[in-house]
Design a protein around this ligand. Structure first.
Ligand code: IPE
Ligand code: IPE
Ligand code: MG
Length: 235
C-alpha cells in the first residue's frame, strides 16, 4: 500500500469498540477482542512498511480491571497468546516489543511471558511496538511523582522541570505521540497518556477497532498530515 504523505514518529491508538463489534454480530464480547488482534497485526505491517518508528496501543486500562472476571481472564489469555504468536514476526521485521503499565497487577505467568519477549526483542532496531497494559495516565504520573519525591529528598538542592519529570514516567526514552487515534466514536482519553499527549494531534473515527485495518490507518495518518501543528507559537 502507498505510504501516507507525512510519517509521524509515534502513532498511538486507543483500540475501542470490540464489544460493540461482537454484539452487532450476536456474539460474545471476546469474539471482538479476538478479531481486534488482526487489526493490530494490520497496523503493525503498515508501520514496518511505512517506517513509522514508534506505534503504541492502549490494550487494557487500570479501570478495565473492573470488568467481569471472565472477560479480564479472556483478554489476558489472548494477550499472552498474541505476543507469543507474534514473536517470530517481531524478529523477522526487526521489531522491539515493549509492555508498559502497572506490571505488578499482572499475573506471574503473563509477566514471565512479557519479560521473555521484551528481552528477546530488546536489541531490534526496526520499529518499537508498545502495548499499554494495566496502564493509566494518572497512575503513571503518580508513580513518577513518587520517584521524583524520593530523589528530591536525597538531593534537596535540586530543582526539576517538566523535562526532568518526564524521565520518571514509564514512557521515558519514548517520544511523545504525534498522533493519537481513537476508534468507535468515543471522544475521550479514558485516562490514557495524560502527560505525554500535551501536544498530540487527535483523530477520532467511528470505525470499530476490529474493522480498523490498513486503509483506515492510512486515512487517519492522512488527516494528521493536513494538520497545522503550532505548539503555541505563531507562524
Ligand atoms: C476495547 O473494546 C478493548 C478494551 C477496552 C480492552 P471494548 O471492550 O471497550 O469494546 P466496547 O467499547 O465495549 O464496544
Ligand atoms: C479505553 O477503552 C481503554 C482501552 C481501549 C484499553 P474503554 O472502553 O475502557 O473506555 P471507556 O470506558 O469507554 O471510557
Ligand atoms: Mg470500550
Amino acid at each position: 500500500m502507498k505510504a501516507p504523505s507525512t510519517i509521524p514518529t509515534h502513532v498511538s491508538i486507543i483500540m475501542d469498540g470490540n464489544g460493540r463489534w461482537a454484539k452487532e454480530r450476536g456474539k460474545e464480547r471476546v469474539f471482538g477482542h479476538f478479531e481486534g488482534v488482526e487489526s493490530v497485526r494490520a497496523v503493525m505491517e503498515c508501520c514496518v512498511e511505512w517506517k513509522i518508528p514508534y506505534a503504541s496501543f492502549y490494550a487494557f486500562s487500570e479501570e478495565n480491571w473492573g470488568r467481569p472476571e471472565a472477560e479480564v481472564d479472556a483478554l489476558m489469555g489472548l494477550m499472552a497468546k498474541a505476543m507469543v504468536g507474534e514473536f517470530d514476526n517481531f524478529q523477522k521485521h526487526n521489531v522491539r516489543f515493549m509492555v508498559l503499565g502497572n506490571r505488578a497487577r499482572l499475573s506471574a505467568g503473563l509477566n514471565a511471558t512479557i519479560d521473555k519477549i521484551m528481552a528477546g526483542t530488546a536489541s531490534n532496531t526496526g520499529f518499537t511496538m508498545i502495548l499499554f497494559l494495566s496502564y493509566s495516565g494518572k497512575w503513571d504520573i503518580l508513580q513518577a511523582a513518587e520517584k521524583m519525591a524520593h530523589d528530591l529528598m536525597n538531593h534537596p538542592e535540586k530543582s526539576f522541570d517538566a523535562e526532568d519529570f518526564s524521565h520518571y514516567l514509564v514512557t521515558d526514552g519514548i517520544p511523545d505521540p504525534d498522533l493519537l487515534i481513537r476508534t468507535s466514536g468515543e471522544k475521550r482519553l479514558s485516562n490514557y497518556l495524560l502527560w505525554q499527549s500535551a501536544y498530540t494531534e487527535f483523530v477520532f473515527t467511528d470505525t470499530l477497532w476490529p474493522d480498523f485495518r490498513k486503509e483506515q490507518f492510512y486515512e487517519a495518518i492522512e488527516e494528521f498530515s493536513s494538520r497545522d501543528r503550532r505548539f503555541g507559537k505563531v507562524k
